[in-house]
Design a protein around this ligand. Structure first.
Ligand SMILES: NC(=O)c1ccc[n+]([C@@H]2O[C@H](COP(=O)([O-])OP(=O)(O)OC[C@H]3O[C@@H](n4cnc5c(N)ncnc54)[C@H](O)[C@@H]3O)[C@@H](O)[C@H]2O)c1
Ligand SMILES: [Zn+2]
Length: 348
């Protein structure tokens, strides 16, 4: 069965379609989603041989272009190369770009599509769990600069987001766990049904992905330009971004988010916002997905200092998304440093 989620967005809404086996249904891709015109399937060198070649061959007028695999290629240099590949493929203003891959491909190719000839049609086909439930929804695209992550970008709403959970069977286990950290984050923010481990099996992927997406859709529809409630999606992320940075990016984002969610739960309890059971519930559900990560050698002082460079800490005032209980996030400012350090020590 196909699940469809309608997203209202500034400048026209779009539909997210979730269906196992969707990628193999050429007729529907062509007539249902307007992929009959000139199409560029843009992916990376790992996804091309598994899904990209086949998809490009199955569409009537499609070319395949590839970027290298890895966050280090989420750059303006790659965007410039994509523009040139688009030209050589004969893509004009009436054409469509398909971003096929994880969040790195979605962000980079999405940014290229947003700016090539002042913008062409974009279809997101996320292939990682994280990209399905997080990065392909919400319209944010962009690249990193040497000075920091995601410093150049745009809002670009896709024309469709097409999700085929069947592709998750080739996703590396480590990447699955990373996506699950964001799924659990969505559960903690707004849908405790997502905190049921019975959902965490391949046979229920359509349901898992649909529910996790719905949380993000509800939030971004209320706040498309990130002025208010969209901040709730940053639960655990003040910790996570600092941990990633201090680890020299040897930790993957989702791994840092998992620890960050525990940090947010502990901080919520220590500040008296929620009762004692919350950190235990959060720890237990994360343990269902994989062995717990610990901060080990990473210095609490360094992590705290890295938090201070967070874009969201306005004028140096600390700012955390915390929980009163499951389903009730709250933004708390000016948390004393000693409370944060105490939590970081507990995560060791
Ligand atoms: N735009 C947004 O709103 C938003 C939100 C969250 C994250 N992001 C961005 O997303 C990126 C992270 O995305 P990610 O976690 O998907 O990482 P990723 O794109 O690097 O993908 C992870 C790895 O899995 C591989 N892969 C993906 N799908 C696969 C499949 N089906 N089978 C086999 N291998 C597969 C990729 O090639 C890559 O090696 C970061 O750059 C982050 O900044 C953006
Ligand atoms: Zn995240």
């Amino acid at each position: 069965v196909a699940e469809r989620i309608r997203v209202d967005a500034p400048g026209g809404g779009y539909e997210i379609v979730i269906e196992a086996g969707l990628l193999a249904q050429t007729e529907r891709l062509v007539s249902g989603f307007g992929l009959g015109g000139k199409v560029v399937v843009a992916t990376n060198t790992s996804i091309a041989p598994i899904y990209g070649n086949r998809l490009a061959k199955s569409l009537p007028d499609a070319s395949l272009v590839t970027m290298p695999d890895g966050e280090q290629y989420k750059t303006l240099e790659t965007v410039a190369q994509l523009y040139r590949d688009f030209v050589h493929a004969g893509l004009d203003r009436s054409g469509t770009v398909i971003a096929l891959g994880g969040g790195v491909v979605g962000d980079t190719v999405g940014f290229a599509a947003a700016t090539y000839m002042r913008g062409v049609r974009l279809v997101q086909i996320p292939t990682s769990l994280l990209a399905m439930v997080d990065s392909s929804v919400g319209g944010k695209v962009g690249v990193d600069l040497p000075e920091g992550k995601n410093l150049a970008g745009a809002f670009k709403q896709p024309d469709f987001v097409l999700i085929d959970p069947a592709v998750l069977k080739t996703l590396p286990a480590r990447e699955w766990r990373c996506g699950m950290a964001e799924v659990i984050k969505h559960g903690l923010i707004a849908d405790d049904g997502l905190l049921d481990p019975a959902l965490y099996v391949p046979e229920r992927a359509v349901e898992l992905v649909r529910r996790a997406i719905q949380v993000k859709v509800d939030v971004v529809q209320q706040d498309p330009y990130e002025n208010g409630v969209r901040a709730h999606l940053n639960l655990g992320h003040t910790f996570a971004h600092a941990i990633e940075q201090v680890s020299g990016y040897s930790w993957l984002h989702g791994e840092a988010v998992a620890v960050g969610l525990k940090g947010a739960a502990l901080l919520s309890r220590n500040l008296g916002l929620c009762d004692d059971s919350l950190p235990t519930i959060v720890g237990d559900i994360l343990a269902e997905v994989g062995p717990p990560s610990r901060l080990d050698g990473l210095s609490s002082e360094q992590i705290y200092a890295a938090m201070g460079t967070d874009k969201k800490w306005r004028a140096g005032r600390s700012r955390f998304v915390l929980l009163r209980k499951i389903g009730e996030p709250v933004i708390v400012e000016d948390v004393p440093k000693a409370d944060v350090i105490r939590v970081l020590e507990a995560l060791r």
